[in-house]
Write a protein that binds this ligand. Structure first.
Ligand code: NAD
Length: 355
């Protein structure tokens, strides 16, 4: 992301020089472990300073609202981690827990309250949602300027065109961990297992941006192993513990395991680590791989959203003062936000990426 104005989010800065000395890499007996935690720690350190500067400049601490509907176990794990990361970088995290019997209208009303709450800079609605909630209705109801996990059609569209909207953070983390570990993507045969709108599909689009030769596998793909064995880089995001085993991999492949599966009291990836470790050249651990990086990247998006909103609000207040216009209800708020939808329109043309 490159159009951030004012404070530059750490994750949008150029990636650290890619070298074998990259802090993301731990050498152990066996494959190289691509750990996300050290990269995330670097990003968080930058964010802590950036959010302090934000508070100094704008006089408030932005809030990340996370909406959890029902009690999906991996979601709860994921959200707890996000809230911990908020604490670490000095951001207000607000968890909104809603019962799984909520109606679509009630859920959308809750999201609308967050859309118009000037303290809330970013909103995440955790998936999966209960069956009675039409996904589309919820996704459409999030203000795209607060949609820091890139699920709104507007942000998804910008991504597919190669423009610069909010990226889905997990997909971004899967690619970022490769780049920051010095793994060349351009020209490689890259295989993505999973085609969800939040992980597999956006990861495939981002890998295309990096000039990978990308194939996407999914639940209807026949003979998965035939395709995974073709990969030089394999991204697995299927949500099935141990789906990919060592015999489905070619020697030397680099594997990014996005899966988080709660099995008993353990967190397991989608790749069977034990059988894979003797085959791969590098692999992300679960936990400690993509997860921590996802959270850190998400908060860089929050910083960008908060800064955009604050600047937009300041510009609106200045404009109103210049014309002597009274501040109309909804035109400016305590943090100054012009209504988020106006802000979206105003910023619409800004987020183009030169790709
Ligand atoms: P999803 O259920 O929405 O999508 C799963 C995808 O995998 C689907 O496209 C499906 O076609 C494919 N798939 C399922 N079974 C398959 C099979 N047997 N063979 C091939 N493809 C198959 O899940 P999601 O939201 O994309 O999440 C994927 C995984 O990533 C989950 O384990 C989730 O918990 C994890 N996740 C991790 C993070 C993180 O930060 N690390 C964040 C979000 C999600």
């Amino acid at each position: 992301m490159s159009d951030h104005r004012g404070v530059t989010p750490a994750a949008t800065r150029p990636a650290a020089p890619v070298a074998t000395t990259a802090p993301a890499t731990t050498t152990v007996e066996g494959p190289r472990l691509l750990a996300g935690s050290p990269i995330a720690a670097q990003i968080r350190a930058g964010l802590t300073a950036d959010f302090a500067a934000f508070k100094e400049r704008w006089g408030y601490v932005p809030t990340l609202a996370v909406v959890l509907v029902g009690a999906d176990a991996p979601s709860a794990v994921y959200l707890r981690q996000i809230l911990r990361t908020c604490q670490k970088v000095g951001v207000q995290g607000r968890l909104i827990e809603i019962g799984s019997d909520v109606t679509p209208d009630a859920l959308c009303n809750e999201i609308e309250r967050l859309n118009v709450d000037p303290a809330v800079a970013g909103i995440i609605v955790q998936m999966p949602l209960p069956a009675q909630i039409p996904l589309r209705t919820v996704i459409d109801s999030i203000d795209p300027t607060k949609d820091i996990d890139g699920i709104h059609p507007r942000n998804a569209g910008l991504l597919s065109l190669g423009y610069d909207g909010f990226l889905p953070a997990t997909a971004q983390a899967a690619v970022e961990i490769l780049k920051r570990s010095g793994i060349e993507i351009a020209g490689k045969r890259v295989v993505v297992v999973g085609r969800s709108n939040v992980v597999g599909k956006p990861a495939a689009l981002l890998l295309l941006r990096e000039h990978g030769t990308v194939s996407v596998l999914h639940s209807k793909t026949r003979d998965l192993g035939r395709h995974t064995r073709d990969a030089e880089i394999l991204i697995v995001a299927a949500g099935k513990a141990g789906l990919v085993t060592g015999e489905m991999l070619s020697p030397g492949v680099v594997v990014v395991d996005v899966g988080i599966n709660v099995v008993g009291d353990k967190l397991l990836g989608d790749v069977d680590f034990e059988s894979a470790k003797g085959v791969v050249s590098a692999i992300t651990p679960v936990p400690g791989g993509v997860g921590p990086l996802t959270n850190a990247l998400l908060l860089t998006h929050l910083l960008r959203a908060a800064t955009d909103q604050a600047e937009c609000s300041a510009a609106a207040a200045k404009g109103a003062a210049a014309t002597g216009a009274a501040t109309a209800p909804g035109a400016a708020t305590a943090t100054g936000a012009v209504t988020a939808k106006d802000a979206a329109a105003a910023r619409g043309a800004d987020r183009r990426a030169p790709r």
